[in-house]
Design a protein. Sequence first.
Length: 455
Amino acid sequence: MAVAGDLFEALRGAAEAVRAGARAPLVCVVQTARMDVDCAALFTEDGEASVVWEQPDRDVHIAARGVVAEIRGERAASRFGTLARRAEVLFEDMAVVRMDRSPMEPVLLGGFAFSEATDWALGDGRLILPELTYIRRDGRAAWIRSIVVEPRSDPVQLAGDVTRELMRLSELGGGWLPPRPIGPAQPFNPADPDYPKLVQRAIEEIARGGIAKLVPARTVEMTQKVDVVQLLATLRDRYQGCATFAFRFGDSTFVGATPELLARMRNGTVETAAVAGTGPRGETFDADHALGLALLNDPKERLEHSVVYDEIRARLVAAGVAVDEPRTPEILKLPGLQHLWTRVTGTADSRSLIDLLAHLHPTPAVAGLPVGSAVRWLEDNEAFDRGWYGGPIGYISQSGDGEFRVGLRSGLLDADTVQLFAGAGIVAGSTPDRELAETELKFQALGQAIRAAAL
């Protein structure tokens, strides 16, 4: 990684290098930004790509547009390792110019499909270095303008253009869009005849032995044009403890608000969590408290949760992470539903965050156990392509810090249709009707906000 303090000198050096036969160099220009830029409002359907990632409870806000570099994973189990190595090379080759003292770093954003191959236009695995990124975290904010320097690039003109662009962006700000009001819950397909049959097949498979848990999913389709900017603003306000996201590549947008952390890395500390076991919310404080206690003491839900928690800890150990002492489950409360949640932390070795994804994905919460047998069963029995649903989505910075979450409470937007996804964990003691009702609850998380953001 080269760090340059002068924009013109960095651009001139990059132009000379490419003329001498080097790869087209990347120059990333960082400048302090206002703190009141609304990331949701920066989402756009123009251009090559648009990404929004917001975590209000952690004060992490990222918006990006355009693509100056992209790395893709092949249709193989090695896709995580392939992208990890390519990301390292990309970061090493870029020059970072800091126009002031901002410590912000360039980030790659993207995600992976649930399975090794998908027909989704978003691809099997994709990370992009955006042309323009706004990022706010740790009480600071910055614009990052990334440039590919070509052999015929004029460093003087390019430096002037970038400086003027950043000056214009430095004035951008003024507060956040208000959320749209959420209407009452409306059923999606509570009489679905197919999903209970799928659950029953999963129950019978578990009873035969060899598989302890399966997580079959279902979809519903809405014919709906959506104001994605308003949808993101509404999800951000409604699900403050989740990561609100939108990944648009071409004509497809994967959007949602996921509560499930897959892996976060910060200064060598790894954090993840087990989220498994679901129940409804109560209309009063006492009713809600009682439902939370019932969830904590439900044998079926505790079994489902313990299977996920134990497996996550074992996978981290296998990846070389020194895992901290075990913790007991807590209740994660979200609008409309609540989950059993247990934090898992540890200290990593030299492995990159993307390498860890290969050990953690797919978790038992979205696939089952044993994972190989569960995934094969899902591929043989589910009647749709999961695409990025249930896959890792997030970002990684130049220093290796970053976060990936599981793409849940999500939907795929194409033109005037929305496909929603939801699954339920099946273990011994599950019943088809109860699991159908759970998926209906999960559809509401995104479905209500989509109806509120209708065009």
